[in-house]
Design a protein around this ligand. Structure first.
Ligand code: ASP
Ligand code: MG
Length: 417
């Protein structure tokens, strides 16, 4: 079994969907699982429906979502009577119903019911188009397969249960046709839809590969492979041909957006290689990620903006000891805030986090026990395989507020001078 994942950018329009089919054309059609994300930026649009500002916004976004899919379907299916149109109509009516009826009291649960529909509609279009191009396929609802706990928006996957479910539903026919399913979504034991965290479709591909002992996973992207920096921020980026699981985990963990951080571990545990390849140039090499431990030939940079550096000191002037540390992490867990860097000294604990709507409430909670100081609008650069020259290069014209070095990685929190 091979698992292919096509993200939102690869199916953002009719030409993208056609390209997916042409890529599949060069592979044998048996034993492939295709995982698709929501089309284009539909997930962002759907997020607005979770807490719309007013009825007018709700109506406008619903219309936008409907028209987006309708336009793609219209370009792919010249016959206006094609069954895809009634399938999409049904999906859309369902979305409308959740948006207007699902209680807003449980925000995260409502989020998953709404936002998951992007993947559902995308998979319906791609599957129907494959069929119209005579590619035999079966669209599997990921919610029947991917079993999670009740942690909405960040569902924790039960791998054993998922493997058992998958094996019980994999029909023999899968061996002859392509299976297509949605990334990013799963369901609880009570069959309530959950999601696995933003950009989670890569993770779905890894889960499915793990559970079917797949021979490989390929993530098809709009870049030639894993680059040593995001071209959005850095010039002269270099494509990395070969990466160890270890480096890939570290880079993804520090915020390289090319692969979702949870993707690598399941693959590493079963030694399943991961390829990152360009859907624009599908024949090109791309990047291979596996257990080979060769060190990277170039430094890798990960750049994050909108960072907040928080500095905590105990109000009673005691030291930062285990109890205060555990208290800080309890508060972080309660507000679901992830730290990008942490550093502590005797009476001070610093943490760098992404700026978000959660920050004010988090700081208030910390103020109960700590004196809280913070700076906003900061940048965080992480360099793996750093040397002093690369540090100097990225910090020209910047004031360094925190520097955290380990053997292979340096993290620098800085602001403009
Ligand atoms: N559609 C989801 C998102 O945009 C999942 C994914 O693309 O991987 O976050
Ligand atoms: Mg996406």
């Amino acid at each position: 079994m091979k698992v292919f994942k096509f993200g939102g950018a690869s199916v953002k329009d009719a030409a993208g969907v056609k390209n997916v089919i042409s890529i599949l054309g060069s592979y044998p059609k048996d034993e492939i699982i295709v995982v698709v994300s929501a089309m284009g930026k539909i997930t962002n649009a759907l997020e607005k429906l979770v807490r719309p500002k007013n009825k007018a916004e709700q109506k406008e976004v619903l219309e936008e979502v409907k028209q987006y899919h309708h336009k793609i379907a219209t370009e792919l299916f010249p016959d206006k009577k094609d069954s895809i149109f009634s399938v999409l109509e049904k999906d859309f009516t369902h979305l409308q119903k959740i948006v207007s009826e699902y209680p807003s009291t449980n925000h995260d649960e409502r989020y998953d019911q709404i936002v998951s529909m992007g993947e559902v509609m995308s998979s319906h279009i791609v599957s129907a188009y494959m069929a119209s191009q005579k590619i035999e396929n079966e669209c599997i609802d990921a919610r029947e397969v991917i079993c999670t706990d009740n942690n909405f928006r960040e569902g924790k996957v039960d791998f054993d249960k998922t493997r058992n479910t998958l094996q019980s539903i994999i029909p023999a026919s899968w061996k002859k046709k392509i299976a297509i399913t949605q990334g990013f979504i799963g369901s609880t034991a009570k069959k309530k839809t959950t999601t696995l965290g933003r950009e989670g479709s890569d993770y779905t591909a890894a889960i499915l590969a793990y559970c079917t002992d797949a021979e490989s996973v390929t993530i098809w992207k709009d870049v030639p492979g894993v680059l040593n920096a995001d071209p959005k921020w850095f010039d002269n980026t270099v494509k990395i041909d070969h990466l160890s699981y270890q480096d890939a985990i570290e880079l993804a963990y520090y915020g390289a957006t090319v692969i979702h951080p949870k993707t690598i571990k399941p693959l590493q545990n079963k030694n399943i290689p991961l390829f990152v390849k360009s859907f624009i140039e599908p024949a090109a090499e791309g990047t291979r990620i596996d257990n080979d431990l060769t060190q990277l030939p170039v430094p890798c940079f990960i750049f994050k903006v909108s960072q907040v550096l928080v500095s905590l000191s105990p109000k009673d002037f005691s030291f930062i000891v285990e109890e205060s540390l555990s208290h800080i992490f309890d508060v972080l867990a309660k507000y679901k805030v992830k730290t990008n860097v942490i550093q502590n000294s005797a009476i001070n604990f610093s943490l760098c986090i992404d700026d978000s709507e959660k920050v004010p409430a988090l700081l208030d909670a910390l103020r109960n026990d700590f004196r809280v100081l913070y700076n906003t609008k900061l940048e965080l650069v992480t360099i793996r395989y750093y040397d002093q020259a690369t540090i100097d290069r990225v910090s020209i014209g910047k004031k360094i507020l925190l520097e955290h070095k380990s053997r292979y990685t340096v993290q620098i929190v800085m602001q403009d001078k």
